[in-house]
Design a protein around this ligand. Structure first.
Ligand code: 6R9
Length: 656
């Protein structure tokens, strides 16, 4: 037996044993097929980083080899000094020399149902033409380019064309409003913007170009708007400024020389979701970021030549940057891309696409899984999902019930689940099981990836006692870490490196069990203190959603004279379930049973939906405001659907 047989601590889930060793058939074909091999490599990555990275960095193609591994002067880390490379060359050109040339790089399905496939050769051709077009429009190394596109292949093409020229891109999620777009493009000082005439979502057209026009009212900094024709519907174009890409691009423009850039050349700026106030422009550079993405894609998703990998994130989020574009393409994998909504035209759209394209790896978010649970298993059961061999989860702690549903209903009990903990700031996955080596415990992201040195500390920075909740920090730099907040070096130092001196503070709470597994409990700002007990909102939410009638739950704290804080739970019910006073009692009892009497929610409020950011994170900040002040005055611009707030206030009997 290659898997850990000595694991001691794993809560049972739905009465089942909570440890899932890697399936033997999976391990025998995996890149890393046993836990001793993982431990040996991990130890080497920490104890002999020069040797480890010296070998691993060969995963990339360097124009000039690096000479110095790391220059580290807190908070500034520079990796692979002296090295030169081009990210677009690594994702494209180098795959054209062998059998991958005619392999699918991108298989895309539009929401209306059309399918397009781009081989590596074709993607290379497109990227070269786009890079030449950008260069003709004055884009040079170092210039920022804003990309505001739907999930169409052109989003990846645009990113790679920028990377080819050494022009850092800043992708703004196509669901963001014109105000959010303006804030971001002003902050990064872009002169060029790439957009489309629209994109499809739930059968409707997202008016991207109209929003761009609105965003640019009174903003003269953008000199050129390049527009992709996606829907073919007429959109307002401004004669001097706007150009259709299909008219500008030249057929015979295919050649495009690649310039190698220094390892630390900026690759992109990505604004964080804004759940914690003003968006920050997280800056990533070339070599370390690309290497982190390439290695994690290869080892965590165990990618093989014949896989079709589907990371469902939009390219507007870091997950889309790292696991739709840079990671998979750097290692020559085939990726699947989907434009639209998961429940359009029916709740089985995902499963039908997996069936149709024989997708082998699915990487999605717990919030999506819970939505599928709510739609009901009758949508997933009839579909042929036998092509799937691996599942992934990202974005928030996955509650064990969702984990189990994912495992049984989607993975049909066959597929390992890779729960990846990481952040926009970390660039690539940091804590996650290696699917052929690490035994999974539902709800735990498990063990650190190579080179990652996490620890749990108390408020003073001292190591937390084993098993105790504390702050998750990273004790040494890693290649794909952020290099700064664009235009805000002081904010960078303060936010990440000063709260606990000398180490990177993640903002997350976590504990480590006896087996060394990390259990992330969520953002520290969501941690409550009830009668002196620290309670992670995620823990209570997990308990609530384990009730058969509950679909989703969000828990916030309300000041309480006796307990310090009391729990208020917002709950949405599964289809067909009705709210009632007796159900409230039932739920209180259920939570009490799951965790203990200290976490008995003081109030339970039924809602038809919860306010979420467009990346699917519940905005507890707004719920907290609602329970504390009876109204919401804070920033709601990042909400997926602003009308949820008014509805919610009405449902819980508060004015807005
Ligand atoms: C990749 C991404 C980062 C925050 C992070 C944490 C939460 C992400 C998680 C997880 C528990 C996981 N988070 N993955 N929590 N388990 N597997 O989501 O980046 O949007 O920057 O969010 O998301 O709280 O700090 P980002």
């Amino acid at each position: 037996m290659t898997a850990d047989t000595h694991l001691s601590e794993a809560p049972s889930v739905n009465g089942k044993e909570g440890i899932f060793p890697p399936p033997r058939t999976f391990s025998s074909h995996a890149h890393i097929g046993n836990v001793d091999e993982y431990r040996r490599l991990y130890r080497e990555s920490i104890e002999s980083p020069e040797t480890f990275w010296g070998r691993m960095s060969a995963e990339l193609d360097w124009a000039d080899p690096w000479k110095e591994l790391l220059a580290w002067e807190l908070p500034d880390a520079r990796w692979f000094l002296g090295g030169k490379l081009n990210a677009s060359y690594n994702c494209l050109d180098r795959h054209l020399m062998g059998p991958r040339r005619n392999k699918a790089a991108i298989v895309w399905e539009g929401e209306p149902g059309e399918v397009r496939t781009l081989t590596y050769q074709q993607l290379h051709w497109e990227v070269c033409r786009w890079a030449n077009l950008l260069a003709r429009n004055g884009v040079a190394a170092g210039d920022r380019v804003v990309i505001y596109l739907p999930m169409i292949p052109e989003a990846a093409i645009a990113m790679l064309a920028c990377a080819r020229l050494g022009a850092p891109h800043s992708v703004v999620f196509g669901g963001f409003s014109s105000k959010a777009l303006r804030d971001r493009l002003v902050d990064c000082g872009a002169r060029i913007l790439i957009t489309a005439d629209g994109g499809y979502r739930r059968g409707k057209i997202i008016p991207l170009k109209e929003r761009v026009n609105e965003a640019l009212e009174g903003v003269s900094q953008i000199e050129r708007v390049l527009v992709v024709r996606r829907t073919g519907k007429p959109v307002p174009m401004q004669a001097e400024r706007d150009r259709w890409i299909e008219e500008e691009i030249q057929e015979d423009d295919a050649g495009c020389k690649v310039t190698p850039f220094e390892s630390e050349h900026p690759l992109f700026i990505l604004y964080t979701s804004g759940t914690t106030g003003r968006p920050k422009g997280i800056l990533h550079t070339t070599a370390g970021y690309l290497l982190g993405c390439a290695l994690t894609t290869k080892y965590l998703f165990d990618i093989k030549e014949e896989d079709l990998f589907w990371c469902t994130a939009d390219v507007g989020w870091v997950t889309g940057h790292s696991y739709v574009v840079y990671g998979p393409l750097a290692i020559g994998a085939s990726v699947f891309l989907y434009e639209g909504a998961p429940d359009f035209p029916r709740p089985d759209r995902f499963w039908r696409m997996i069936e149709r394209h024989r997708i082998t790896i699915l990487y999605t978010a717990p919030t999506a899984i819970r939505a599928f649970m709510r739609f009901g298993e009758e949508w997933v059961e009839p579909r042929d999902l036998s092509s799937l061999r691996l599942l992934g989860s990202v974005g928030e702690p996955i509650n064990p019930e969702a984990w189990l549903w994912y495992h049984e209903k989607v993975g049909r009990g066959r597929c390992p689940i890779v729960d990846t903990w990481w952040q926009t700031e970390t660039g690539s996955a940091m804590i996650a099981p290696l699917p052929g080596a690490t035994a999974c415990k539902p709800g735990s992201a498990s063990l650190p990836f190579f080179g990652v040195d996490p620890a749990i500390v108390d408020d003073q920075g001292a190591p937390a006692l084993p098993g105790r909740q504390g702050k998750l920090v990273i004790r040494r730099p890693w290649p794909s870490m952020l290099r700064g907040i664009y235009g805000d070096p002081e904010g960078f130092r303060k936010t990440y490196w000063s709260q606990i001196p000398g180490v990177y503070f993640t903002g997350d709470g976590a504990r480590q069990d006896k087996d060394g597994y990390f259990w992330i409990t969520g953002r520290i700002d969501d941690v409550l203190n009830v009668s002196g007990h620290r309670i992670g909102t995620a823990e209570v939410e997990s308990a609530l959603v384990s009730h058969p009638k509950v679909a989703e739950a969000a828990v916030v704290g309300e000041p309480d004279p006796e307990k310090g804080e009391a729990l208020v739970a917002f709950v949405t019910l599964r289809q067909g379930e009705a709210a009632s006073e007796s159900l409230k009692d039932d739920l209180r009892l259920h939570v009490e049973k799951q965790i203990g009497s200290i976490v008995r929610p003081k109030e339970i409020l039924f809602a038809s939906s919860l306010p979420k950011t467009r990346s699917g994170k519940i905005m507890r900040r707004l719920l907290k405001e609602l329970v504390r002040n009876g109204q919401i005055e804070g920033d709601t611009t990042t909400l997926e659907d602003p009308s949820t707030i008014a509805a919610l206030a009405k449902e819980v009997g508060q004015p807005t």
